[in-house]
Structures are given as C-alpha cells and as structure tokens.
Write a protein that binds this ligand. Sequence first.
Ligand SMILES: Cc1cc2nc3c(=O)[nH]c(=O)nc-3n(C[C@H](O)[C@H](O)[C@H](O)COP(=O)(O)OP(=O)(O)OC[C@H]3O[C@@H](n4cnc5c(N)ncnc54)[C@H](O)[C@@H]3O)c2cc1C
Length: 441
Amino acid sequence: MALPKKAKVVIVGGGIHGLSTAWKLSETYKNKGDVVVLEKKDTGAGASGIACGVIRNNYFQPAMRELMAHSVSVWESDAKAFRYNNVGYMQISPEIMHKDVAGIYAQQKAIGYDSTFIEGEKDCMKYMQGIFYDWQAKGITSVLHEKKGGYAYNVDSVKALEKKANANGVDVHKGIKVTGFKRGSNSNAITGVVTDHGTVECDQVVIGTGPWVRDFWNMLELPKTIDIKGKDGKMHEAAMWKYWFLQEGVLGVDQDLFKTNEGKLPPVIHVDTDAPLYSDRDQKLITDKLWGIYYKPDIEGLGVQGGTSPYIVKKHFDEVEVDPYAKESPEYQTTDEFADMWSSALAHCQKRFVGKSHLYRKGPSGGLGCMTPDAFPIFDRFFENVYMIADSNHGYKMIGVGHLVAQEILGQESKLLKPFRFDRYAKGELHPTSNSPFPWS
Ligand SMILES: Cc1cc2nc3c(=O)[nH]c(=O)nc-3n(C[C@H](O)[C@H](O)[C@H](O)COP(=O)(O)OP(=O)(O)OC[C@H]3O[C@@H](n4cnc5c(N)ncnc54)[C@H](O)[C@@H]3O)c2cc1C
C-alpha cells in the first residue's frame, strides 16, 4: 500500500490508543484515506501487544476511575472480538490501605460500578476461601471485589480494533517510521508528518506511541523539564519523563491448577500486603516491607501470568534505549530475583503454588513504560493540531480513551479527559496519591 500524500488525520502508533482513536474517528471521517495510521513495525508491536491485559476500575483517583468505567463499557461493547474475559478483579489489601480502598468502593457505588467490599481479617479470609479453598494470605483486612473487568487477549484485541478501523476505510501503513514534523510558515501548527517513506500532509496529528512518546516529545521540541506547583505553593522542577521497567512472568503450572472452587476461571487477583515474604525456594526472608503482586491465567495456556511493582530505570530518559523492545531488548529483562519474589508471593497467597517456584518459565519478559512526572496520563493538544495520548503506562485497559480523543478532535470537549491536561502541573492540580506500593493505583 503506497503512502498517501495527504490525509485529514494522521495517527502515529498502531497500539490500543492509536487504533481505537482511528476506529472512532472513522465513524465520522468516512472517506477512504481520511484517517491513516502510521506504524513503524506492526500493530501490537509495542506495549499493547505484551500487556498482561488486566482491566480494572480499582484506582484511588476519581478521574481515573471514571475513565476506566467508560473504558470497561467499550470492552463490553464487543467482548467477543476483543476477547475480553469478564471474570472480575480483586484488590486484596492490608490495614494500611483499608481506608483508601474503602473510599474507592464508596465511589464505585456512587458511579454505579458493581463491586463488593469485605472488611476485617476473619471475614476476608472466609470470603477468599469461599472462592479458593487454599487461600492462606494472612493480615488481609479488606477485599474489594469488582464484578466488572478482568482481562483481555492483548494482541487479539489490538487486531480487532485494526479490523474495525479498516472496515470503516482507515488505512494502516506498517513498516513506516515517523522521523519528524513539518510546520506551517506562519503558525505553530503541524502541516505534515515526515517519515522514512515520504511526508504525509495533514490537518490533524494524533500521537499514540506508548513507550516511544519521549521521541515524539523531542521531535516537537517540547521541554525536557517542567515546573510543577507543589502543595507548598512553590514551583518545583521535574524531568518530563521517567522510564519504568514492568516486571512480569509466567509460572508454568497446569492451567487447570488455577481455577475457583467451582472449577471456573478465576478473577484477576491483586494482593498488596505488609506480611513478611519468604522464598519458596529456600525459605529465606525476601522482604518485610509492603509488597504487591497480581496474577491471572496465562492467555496462551502456559500457566499463571502476572507481575509485581515496576522498578525505575536510573538513567536520564534520553539515554534509555527503548529499541529493540520487550522480548528483544538486550538490556531490560526480568531477573531471577523477580522470579523468586513473584513465585514465592503466589505460594504465600495460595497453598497450591507452594513448592512450585521451579516451574517459573525462564526467558525474556516484561517491558519498558514511559511515565509522566506524576505517573498519570497526559491527554492534550499541543501546537493547535497535535493530540498527544501519553498514558503513562496505565493504558491497555483504557480502550475507551481513543473514543474520547476522537470526540475532542471533532470539537466536543470531554469531561473525562479534562483532568489529564498538561497544564495541571503548572496549576498544581494533581491527582491524589494512595498508599499502594504500585505507581499506578
Ligand atoms: C509488560 C507490560 C504489561 C502491561 N500490562 C498492562 C495491563 O495488564 N493492563 C493495562 O491496562 N496496561 C498494561 N500495560 C500498559 C499498556 O500496555 C500501555 O499503557 C499501552 O499498551 C500503551 O498503548 P499505546 O497505544 O499508547 O502504545 P503501544 O502499544 O506501545 O503502541 C505504540 C506503537 O507506536 C509505534 N511507534 C513507535 N515509534 C514510532 C515511529 N517513530 N513511527 C511509527 N510508529 C512508531 C510502535 O511500534 C508501537 O506499535 C503494560 C505495559 C507493559 C510494558
């Protein structure tokens, strides 16, 4: 397919955000070629294609919760095509998080998001053993059980979005690398997207490039540091981006091992706890600080898949080599230490995983995520006609963001996206933070 010379909207990135924006825009821009997607490799080649696929509402920040509730409705709109498994999601927490999670539950009730909340150590244990007979994690004092959400099949859902966009006349050009932008002579607006195969003139640009967002920020010559207004009323300088490495892996148990007492597919389990964690290999103490893990069935049937908190890459963001990405990265892979911690944490929670850590599947896994200064998304317009979807690695579950971005491009401001504007840093209008050990809760 030859690269066109012109389009109404050029979308860069064939991941969850680029393709869902393309799909929604193409319901209005109906002519073939009005909307084009430029993807340097293949659709699903980035973070969306390796995401664990977890879909949840459990966020401490009201604006994130409302956005997730909207996204869940998009997952539900075609669960079959997206291969969305509505098995639910459980946030299982220690006392230090009890109040935060109780607040989440209250607000879920207020927005009509179906969930159950269990409190007190005894009742939590009873509730968990009612689902998994072998539940044994102690010191848990609250369980938030979201009845919606669950997980979807990463690559399949991306391909389904591509198909929906294609059906409406969107052309997805693969193997096209964007290298820069062309500007107008008397305005700051972008008039064309420059690629290694030529330039595409356009009216609007959408950037949905996940961990590569830094490159686009640099191409647009946006600032490398920003000022954030703190609670003290003073401005504090911060680096614009930070890379995190997401640690995930698979325990190669028989897939039937991880079922509910009724023999059904289990909900996604997320446990945070301050109980000491001992190694399943040699019973040595791994940590006595707050730790957390999540797990669910592996979509390829290889066992149980999940992860723990990401770690911060200690390099200036410009020095981080994002390519080759994920499995192919020579530098960023999960370690044996992660394998020990995560497998032991599974055993800490459920007896069926005790003595199984040797089944951890060695090999490349995990991937980089590019975080904003406050680790929450930026959805905003720059230079009049460049829409940036910088999801700060929250985003596979956010399939509905593209729909709202499309609406904004078509002139209708979205209430749900408004709390994620870039000027929140300068105004000091930051999202509240929780006691969770994860940067994304
Ligand atoms: C290991 C891991 C697990 C995760 N698990 C979850 C999860 O369970 N649930 C969840 O909600 N989120 C999860 N996330 C986060 C989520 O995957 C991302 O937030 C989301 O997929 C980002 O989507 P995107 O469309 O912005 O970017 P991507 O999916 O990364 O797509 C960007 C695309 O842009 C292309 N591109 C880059 N540069 C160029 C260029 N110069 N020219 C043309 N194309 C270019 C890339 O090839 C890529 O295909 C996880 C992330 C990681 C790394």
